[in-house]
Design a protein around this ligand. Structure first.
Ligand code: SAM
Length: 357
C-alpha cells in the first residue's frame, strides 16, 4: 500500500505532476491494453499525468515511472523516444542478472567480480562503503539512492539510517524487488526510473547518492544524469557520486601496468563486439576525466573529488594476501586515504565526487 506524499513525483515524459489511480480505475485502463510486455502481473494501482496521456503502472508497490513501461492513453501523438543502444544493453543486463544471498542480504550474482569478499580485505572494503556518509548532510527527510541496485551490503544500507525515507530508484525492477527485501525494516519508496530523467520534482531530496552507476550511463548522457541529480537535490545539500577513474587513475596504471593495458584493449574491443555480435547483454562503461567534470557544469566550481577507495579488485587479487601482510598494507592505505582524501580522490581508482548545491 503506497503511503507517501505523491506531490514529489513528476511525469518523466511531460514533466507534469502525477495523480494516483486506485484499483477500480486501473482495471478499466489495463483491460484495453496487451500488458504482457510488462512481465509483471498484479497491476492494481497506478499514476496518470495531469493531461491524462500516460498511465504508469505500480507493481508490488514499485512505481514503474520509466517511459518504456507507460501505457499511452491519450488521443494525440505519443511523444516517447526510444532508448539508445548502449542504455538498452545496460537495461537488459540488469534485468537478466540473478541474485545471491550474502549475510542475509540479496546481492548481484556478479558482485564478486568487482568486490573483494575475502576476509583479508573485508575491513578496507567495508570502510569504503561508509564513506559517502562523510559528505552527505547528516540527516533529513528524503535520501535519494539513484541506481540503488539491491543495496546489498549492510554498510550501504546503513547510509540512510538518519533519513526518514530512502527513495530507491533504479532502471531494473528486479533490482528494486531485492532492494525492497533488503530495506524492509525501514521506510522506502521504490521507483523504476532512468537517472537521466528522474521522475521527481526539483528541490525535493535532502541527499542524493549515486554509487557505481554514472560510468554505465552512455557517454553523452552522463552530463544530463549529473544535472538531474542536481535538479532534484534541495539547496544546501550534497550530491555524492562514486565514480571510477579507470585509465585516468595513475595509482592503478602504475601498479597494474600490463593489466591496465589489457583492460583498456578488452574494453575497446568489447565496444566493437557488442555492435557486431548479437551476444547476451554486456555492460557498457565510459569514463569521463576529472577535467571534464571541472568544465562541463554551471556548478563545476562546487564539485570536489575525494577518495572513496584507491584500489580495485585486480590490485587486491595480486598484492593483498594474508601471508603477505595484506591487512597491514590495506590499513596503511586506508589511513593515507583518510589523511589525504583529495590526493587519492585524484590518483586513486574510485573517487567520491561531491557536489554542493
Ligand atoms: C553497478 S550497479 C550499482 C548498484 C548500487 N548503487 C551499488 O553501489 O551497489 C549499477 C545499477 O545501476 C542501474 N542502472 C543502470 N543504468 C541506469 C539508468 N540509466 N538509470 C537508473 N539506473 C540505472 C542498474 O540497474 C544497476 O542496478
Amino acid at each position: 500500500m503506497l503511503n507517501f506524499d505523491f506531490s514529489i513525483l513528476q511525469c518523466p515524459i511531460t514533466k507534469e505532476s502525477l495523480n494516483f489511480l486506485a484499483r477500480e480505475n486501473v482495471s478499466e485502463i489495463i483491460q484495453k491494453f496487451d500488458t504482457s510486455f510488462l512481465k509483471f502481473d498484479n497491476i492494481n494501482e497506478g499514476f496518470v499525468n495531469e493531461s491524462n496521456t500516460y498511465f504508469y503502472p505500480v507493481f508490488d508497490d514499485i512505481l514503474l515511472l520509466l517511459p518504456v513501461y507507460a501505457l499511452y492513453i491519450g488521443k494525440g501523438e505519443d511523444s516517447r523516444g526510444k532508448m539508445v543502444f548502449d542504455k538498452e544493453r545496460v537495461f537488459n543486463y540488469y534485468n537478466e542478472i540473478s541474485y545471491n544471498t550474502k549475510n542475509s542480504l540479496k546481492i548481484y550474482e556478479d558482485s564478486a567480480k568487482w568486490v573483494d569478499f575475502r576476509e583479508v580485505s573485508s575491513e578496507y572494503i567495508s570502510n569504503a562503503f561508509t564513506k559517502a556518509r562523510r559528505y552527505l548532510n547528516p540527516s533529513g527527510k528524503y535520501m535519494l539512492d539513484i541506481a540503488s541496485g539491491p543495496i546489498g551490503l549492510q554498510e550501504y544500507v546503513d547510509l540512510s539510517e538518519n533519513y526518514e525515507v530512502r527513495i530507491c530508484a533504479d532502471i531494473s525492477v528486479n533490482a528494486l524487488i531485492q532492494a525492497k527485501y533488503n530495506y524492509s525494516h525501514r521506510e522506502g519508496i521504490y521507483i523504476c526510473a532512468d537517472i537521466t530523467n528522474i521522475p521527481l520534482k526539483e528541490n525535493v531530496c535532502d541527499a542524493v547518492l549515486c554509487q557505481h552507476t554514472l560510468y554505465h550511463i552512455p557517454k553523452n548522457e552522463q552530463k544530463t544524469a549529473v544535472e538531474e541529480m542536481y535538479r532534484v537535490a534541495k539547496p544546501d545539500t550534497r550530491i555524492v557520486i562514486i565514480y571510477n577513474w579507470f585509465y585516468y587513475g595513475w595509482f592503478m596504471n602504475l601498479s597494474l601496468f600490463p593489466i591496465q593495458l589489457y583492460r583498456v584493449a578488452r574494453h575497446l574491443a568489447g565496444k566493437v563486439y557488442v555492435r557486431l555480435v548479437n551476444s547476451k547483454p554486456r555492460l557498457y562503461f565510459f569514463i569521463h576525466s576529472r577535467a571534464w567534470f571541472k568544465r562541463s557544469f554551471e556548478f563545476s566550481n562546487s564539485i570536489g573529488f575525494y577518495s572513496w577507495r584507491s584500489t580495485n579488485k585486480y590490485f587486491m587479487s595480486i598484492y593483498i594476501h594474508k601471508w603477505l601482510g595484506g591487512k597491514r598494507i590495506l590499513n596503511c592505505l586506508r589511513r593515507s586515504e583518510d589523511k589525504h582524501p583529495e590526493f587519492w580522490g585524484r590518483f586513486g581508482d574510485y573517487p567520491a565526487i561531491v557536489i554542493k548545491k
